[in-house]
Design a protein around this ligand. Structure first.
Ligand code: RP5
Length: 153
C-alpha cells in the first residue's frame, strides 16, 4: 500500500473518492480511513505511527487540523485537501491546512481538489518509477488533446 487517504468525517468521502479514482487510474495501491483529529486523536496518532504508506493524503473541512496533525507525527509527505463546508465555503479549511508553521509543511491543493491530491502523490512516486513517468506523460498529452479538440460550437 503506497498511499494512505484519511478524512475527518464520512461526510468528506463524496469529495475524497475523487482521489481514490485518480490513484486507481494509475494503478496505485491505497487504503482509506475516516479518523477525526478532534474526535479520536489517540486513534489517529496510533494509525500514523504504524502506517506503512509512503505518502499521506488528508481531507478535512471547517477547522481542518487533520493534515497538520499527521504532518506533526510523520516525516513522510503530507498532502492536504480542504473540504468545502456549509458556512465559509471551504476557505476556513483552506487556511487551516495551508498556513502550517515553519518545519511542518503540508502540500495543500485547492478546495475540494482531491483529484489533484492524488495526482501530486503519483508525481512524487514517479520520481523513482519510470513506468509512472510514462503514464503521467500520457495523461498530460490527453489533457492537451482535450483542449485542442474542444470547441464551443
Ligand atoms: C471536519 O468537520 C470533517 O473533516 C468534516 O469536513 C467536518 C464536519 O464533520 P461532520 O460533522 O460532518 O462529521 O472535522
Amino acid at each position: 500500500m503506497k498511499i494512505a487517504i484519511l478524512m475527518g468525517s464520512t461526510s468528506d468521502y463524496n469529495i475524497m473518492q475523487e482521489c481514490e479514482h485518480m490513484l486507481e487510474e494509475f494503478g496505485i495501491s491505497y487504503e482509506t480511513k475516516v479518523i477525526s483529529a478532534h474526535r479520536a486523536p489517540d486513534l489517529l496518532r496510533d494509525y500514523i505511527k504504524n502506517c506503512q504508506a509512503d505518502i499521506f493524503i488528508a481531507g478535512a473541512g471547517k477547522a481542518a487540523h487533520l493534515p497538520g496533525i499527521i504532518a506533526a507525527y510523520t516525516t513522510k509527505p503530507v498532502i492536504g485537501v480542504p473540504i468545502e463546508g456549509n458556512s465559509l465555503l471551504g476557505v476556513d479549511a483552506l487556511l487551516s491546512i495551508v498556513q502550517m508553521p515553519k518545519g511542518v509543511p503540508v502540500a495543500t491543493v485547492g478546495i475540494n481538489q482531491a483529484a489533484n491530491a492524488g495526482l501530486l502523490a503519483i508525481q512524487i512516486l514517479s520520481l523513482n518509477n519510470s513506468d509512472l513517468q510514462g503514464a503521467l506523460q500520457t495523461y498530460k498529452c490527453a489533457l492537451a488533446h482535450e483542449v485542442a479538440t474542444s470547441s464551443l460550437k
